[in-house]
Design a protein around this ligand. Structure first.
Ligand SMILES: O=C([O-])CC(=O)C(=O)O
Ligand SMILES: [Mg+2]
Length: 603
C-alpha cells in the first residue's frame, strides 16, 4: 500500500521534528514505525514474530517488484517466506531463502574471483546500487580487504575510466548549464534530509590531475566511508560533482566523456557558480549540513575554505583531514622515534593543500603544547616545492599559503640537497608525484637519524613518493614508514615490517559524525587537534612493539566513535554545538548513532 499524501506530510513533519541522527541514538527517529518498511535498525525491532506495535500511521512504501528494485530495502534472497507472502514477492525470486550472512560469504567468494581490481570495484558499485545493506555489511565486516577496492587506490583508476564504466548516476551533477537553477537541482535529489555533502570540482583527483566530471567517483567513495567507517546513515549523504569543464585534453576529445566538453571555467564564472551552490545548500538543508570539499586544485581549495569557514560548516579533507591524520601519526610515532613534537625538524616535499595544511596543524599542536610562539613553532618546519627549498628570498613570488614557511636560508635546489642542508628527522611527501624519495634521499635520512620517520602520502599507489619495500630496504629496516595508499607488509632481513596507511579515511568519517551528532555550526581548528590526538591514542603497546603507528582499520568504527566524541566534546566546550542538552557519555552516544547494515524484518 502506498502512503497517502497526508501520511507523507506526517512523515515529513516527523522527520523535521526528530532530525535524523542514527539508529539507536537518543534522538532516534520513529520512522520505522511510520514507514512500515523499516528505516532504522534497532535490535529490539529485529524479532521476527513479534507483532508490530499498533500505530495508526503504519504504511508500506514499496512492495513487490518495486521493493526488489529499492536498494535501501531490497534483501534479495533473504526475504523470508512470510515476507514474500506479505509483500507480493512470490515468484519474483528463486525459491531458496538465503540469509544475510550466507549472502555475504557468497558475494565475497565471487569478488575474490575477479583478478582485476577495477572489476571488483564495478561489482561493489553494482551491489551498492542493488542492495545497500549487503554492500555496507560486506564493507564493514571486511574493511581491510575491501577498502582498497571501493576507495584508494582503485577509486583512482575508476575515476580515470569513469565515462567508460558509468552506469547510473550515484550523486548529483551540477554544471555550468545549471547556473541560476541550483536550488531546483538540489530539490531533484530524492532524499530531503541531507547532513553531509562531499563535493569536488574534479580538478585535482588524488594525484591524477584534472579528471573533470569523472571525479564523481571520489565523493561517492568518500561518502561510502562516512557510512561504513563512521556510521553516518547513507540516506543523509549526498555526493556532488560540480562540472565547470576540464583542462584535460584527452577527456575533451573522448566521444564518451560524460562531462561538459569545454575549457575549465575560472575566475568570476567559477566563483559565481560555487557561491550559488553554497547559498543553495544552506537554504535547502540549513546551517548544520556539513560540506566536505574534496580534490579541488590548490588555489580554489584554500580560497573556498577561507571564504566559507565563517559562514558554513565546511571541512577540506585534503587540507584539514590529511593534516589531522598525519599529525596523529607523528604523535603516535614519537613513541618509537623519541622526543617531543617540538624536538623534531620536518621537511616536506610538496607545498600544496596537504603539505601546508599538515605543516600548519603541526605548528598549532606545538603552540598548544609548548611556550613557543606560532612563528617559532613554524620554524621547525621546512617545505620544498618544484623550485626547491622555500626560503625567505623567494617570499615575494610565493602563493600566500606558502609564505609562512619561507624561513631564512640560502637557496637550495633539489630534495636531496634540502635533506642534507636541513637535516630533518621527519620527511613527508605530499607532492602528488611518484618516485621522489630516491635511494639517495632515504639513505641521507638514515645517515642523519637512527629511526627516520618517512611518510609518502601521495595517492594513488602510482604517485607514492616511494614504496614500503623501498623505504625499508633502502633504510636497511631503520625507517618508520607510512603511506597514503595501502602497501602490504614487507619482509626485510627476515623481519616483518608493517607500513601504516596515513590516509584521511582515519579521520573524516569520525570527524563528520562528531560534527553532525552535536549539531556543530562551524569547524574550529581545535577540533582537528583533538581528533589527531584521539587517533594517536588508539595505538596499543603491542602495535608499537611491531613498529606500527596507526591502529588497524578493522577497529575503525570504535576509533571513529572516539574521534566523534572528542570533536563533539570540544564543540560543546567552545559553544559551537547546537544539539542540547549535551549527552553525558559521548562515545556511547556516538556508537548509538551509528548506522547498522543488518537486514530488518518486514512484517
Ligand atoms: O582519497 C584519498 O585516498 C586521500 C585523499 O583525500 C587524496 O589523496 O586526495
Ligand atoms: Mg582528497
Amino acid at each position: 500500500m502506498l502512503a497517502s499524501p497526508s501520511s507523507f506530510k506526517r512523515i515529513n513533519s516527523l522527520r523535521q521534528l526528530l532530525g535524523v541522527l542514527g539508529d539507536r541514538g537518543e534522538r532516534k527517529s520513529s520512522l520505522s514505525v511510520v514507514a512500515g518498511i523499516e528505516d532504522d535498525d534497532t535490535a529490539a525491532n529485529d524479532d521476527d514474530d513479534d507483532d508490530p506495535p499498533f500505530t495508526p500511521w503504519a504504511v508500506s512504501v514499496a512492495s513487490g517488484h518495486a521493493l526488489l528494485r529499492s536498494p535501501q530495502h531490497n534483501k534479495g534472497l533473504a526475504f523470508t517466506e512470510k515476507e514474500r507472502d506479505a509483500h507480493y514477492l512470490r515468484g519474483l525470486l528463486p525459491p531458496a531463502v538465503i540469509n544475510q550472512e550466507l549472502q555475504e560469504r557468497r558475494t565475497l567468494h565471487i569478488l575474490r574471483q575477479y583478478q582485476v581490481p577495477l572489476h571488483r570495484y564495478i561489482a561493489m558499485m553494482d551491489l551498492q546500487e542493488s542492495n545497500e545493506k549487503l554492500f555496507y555489511k560486506l564493507l564493514i565486516d571486511n574493511v581491510e580487504e575491501l577498502l582498497p577496492v571501493v576507495y584508494t587506490p582503485t577509486v583512482g583508476e575508476a575515476c580515470q575510466k569513469y565515462s567508460g564504466i558509468y552506469r547510473r548516476p550515484q550523486g548529483l551533477y551540477i554544471s555550468l548549464k545549471d547556473k541560476g537553477k541550483i536550488l531546483e537541482v538540489l530539490r531533484n535529489w530524492p532524499e530531503k534530509n541531507i547532513q553531509v555533502i562531499v563535493v569536488t570540482d574534479g580538478e585535482r583527483i588524488l594525484g591524477l590531475g584534472d579528471l573533470g566530471c569523472q571525479g564523481m567517483g571520489i565523493p561517492v567513495g568518500k561518502l561510502s566511508l562516512y557510512t561504513a567507517l563512521g556510521g553516518v546513515r547513507p540516506s543523509v549523504c549526498l555526493p556532488v560533482t560540480i562540472d565547470v569543464g576540464t583542462k584535460n585534453e584527452a577527456l575533451l576529445k573522448d566521444e564518451f566523456y560524460i562531462g561538459l566538453k569545454q575549457k575549465r571555467a575560472t575566475g568570476e564564472e567559477y566563483n559565481e557558480l560555487l557561491e550559488e551552490f553554497m547559498t543553495a545548500v544552506k537554504r535547502n538543508y540549513g546551517e548544520k549540513v556539513l560540506i566536505q570539499f574534496e580534490d579541488f586544485a590548490n588555489h580554489n581549495a584554500f580560497e573556498l575554505l577561507t571564504k566559507y569557514r565563517t559562514s558554513h560548516l565546511v571541512f577540506n579533507d585534503d587540507i584539514q583531514g590529511t593534516a589531522c591524520v598525519v599529525l596523529g601519526g607523528v604523535l603516535s610515532a614519537l613513541k618509537l622515534i623519541g622526543g617531543t613534537l617540538a624536538d623534531h625538524t620536518f621537511l616536506f616535499l610538496g607545498a600544496g593543500e596537504a603539505g601546508t595544511g599538515i605543516a600548519e596543524l603541526i605548528s598549532l599542536e606545538i603552540l598548544k603544547k609548548t611556550k613557543l610562539t606560532l612563528e617559532e613553532s613554524r620554524k621547525k618546519i621546512w617545505l620544498v616545492d618544484s623550485k626547491g627549498l622555500i626560503v625567505r628570498s623567494r617570499k615575494e613570488s610565493l602563493q600566500h599559503f606558502k609564505q609562512p614557511w619561507a624561513h631564512d636560508h640560502a637557496p637550495v635546489k633539489g630534495l636531496l640537497e634540502a635533506v642534507k642542508a636541513i637535516k630533518p628527522t621527519i620527511l613527508i611527501g605530499t607532492s602528488g608525484v611518484g618516485k621522489q624519495f630516491t635511494k639517495e634521499v632515504i639513505e641521507a635520512m638514515v645517515s642523519i637519524n637512527a629511526k627516520p620517520l618517512i611518510m609518502a602520502l601521495s595517492n594513488p599507489t602510482s604517485q607514492s613518493e616511494c614504496t614500503a619495500e623501498e623505504a625499508y630496504t633502502w633504510s636497511q629496516g631503520h625507517a618508520i614508514f607510512a603511506s597514503g595508499s595501502p602497501f602490504d607488509p614487507v619482509i626485510y632481513d627476515g623481519q616483518e615490517f608493517v607500513p601504516g596507511q596515513a590516509n584521511n579515511a582515519y579521520i573524516f568519517p569520525g570527524f563528520g559524525l562528531g560534527l553532525i551528532m552535536c549539531g556543530a555550526i562551524r569547524v574550529h581548528d581545535e577540533f582537528l587537534l583533538v581528533a589527531a590526538e584521539a587517533l594517536a591514542s588508539q595505538v596499543t603497546e603491542e602495535e608499537y612493539a611491531k613498529g606500527i603507528i596507526y591502529p588497524p582499520f578493522k577497529k575503525i568504527r570504535k576509533i571513529s566513535a572516539i574521534i566523534a566524541a572528542k570533536v563533539a566534546s570540544r564543540a560543546y566546550e567552545l559553544g559551537l554545538a547546537s544539539h542540547l542538552p549535551r549527552p553525558r557519555d559521548l562515545v556511547k552516544f556516538a556508537e548509538s548513532c551509528m548506522y547498522s547494515p543488518t537486514y530488518r524484518n518486514y512484517r
